[in-house]
Design a protein around this ligand. Structure first.
Ligand code: NAP
Length: 254
């Protein structure tokens, strides 16, 4: 029996990296998945899932937009009949910014996508998941929602906010049978990390230093995060809510 048989999931930021791996993993375990993203490349990811025998659709969706959220949640319910699982995954690195001259626009953009986007996801999907009799929401935070990194103040603030927003939602919605947990990946081999390193003159040295900061001696793979997300989406984690699942090769154990 597949672990998510009969469940419907919405995964944001599903065109790339961790989101694409998650959409594939949840579909492999029997969920019908609505993939959403700003990037139309999500259509190809959905087509790949269908070609493997899974159930998936793609929809363009900006997670900072109230109307886009309303339409995405309705799309999932109209096409698949219900909504059980939400993975708030879409996010941006937002570049390297020294606080001394950090622009307010850059701060707002990073907070808008990484934190406001998660609030809007809870706000729009929560009532539908409640209607389904409960379910599981997984918010993608980061190790940088637990520890700081110089040059990443807005990103750290956004991801720390996601961790505590998750706990508050978990407490409010426990009586509704909605579990809400956060996942805290270390550095993972995705286009986000490749892009952030490529944008730096010292990208190669930075990559070496970051790898060395993971006691397991490497970056993680998207599949390793999607497996953790699958666990939180499934009934195997039925007594977990408001928890932080850290998947970081030991980065924050030091
Ligand atoms: P990724 O490969 O860049 O994928 C993120 C996806 O989200 C992209 O397709 C991106 O589209 C999309 N997106 C960006 N802004 C959006 C918006 N406003 N509305 C909808 N979609 C939007 O990144 P990733 O590494 O897989 O990261 C996924 C999540 O994991 C993020 O929340 C990230 O902060 C978190 N995370 C990643 C790492 C890591 O090391 N990779 C570590 C910890 C946490 P565009 O390409 O068009 O921007």
């Amino acid at each position: 029996m597949a672990r998510l048989s009969g469940k419907v999931a919405l995964v944001t930021g599903a065109a790339s990296g961790i989101g694409a791996a998650t959409a594939r993993r949840l579909a492999q375990e029997g969920a019908a998945v609505l993939l959403t993203d700003l990037d139309i490349g999500g259509e190809e990811v959905a087509a790949g899932i269908v070609a493997q025998g899974g159930t998936a659709l793609f929809r363009l969706h900006d997670v900072t937009s109230h109307p886009d959220w309303a339409a995405a949640v309705e799309h999932a319910v109209e096409d698949f009949g219900r909504l059980d699982i939400l993975v708030n995954n879409a996010g941006i690195a937002g570049g390297n910014h020294e606080l001394m001259d950090h622009s307010y626009d850059a701060w707002r953009q990073i907070l808008a996508v990484n934190l406001d986007g998660v609030f809007l996801g809870l706000r729009h999907a929560g009532p539908r998941i409640a209607q389904a009799g409960g379910g599981s929401i997984i918010n993608i935070s980061s190790i940088l929602g637990k520890v700081g990194l110089a040059g990443a103040a807005a990103y750290c603030a956004s991801k720390g906010g996601v961790a505590l927003l998750t706990k508050a939602a978990a407490l409010e919605w426990a009586p509704l049978g909605i579990r809400v947990n956060s996942v805290h990946p270390g550095f993972i081999e995705t286009p986000m990390v490749a892009g952030a390193l490529a944008a730096r003159e010292d990208g190669n040295e930075m990559k070496g230093a970051l790898i060395a900061a993971h006691p397991l001696g490497r970056f993680g793979y998207p599949k390793e995060i999607s497996d953790a997300i699958l666990f939180l989406a499934s009934d195997e984690s039925s007594f977990m809510t408001g928890a932080e699942l850290v998947v970081d090769g030991g980065y924050t154990a030091q």
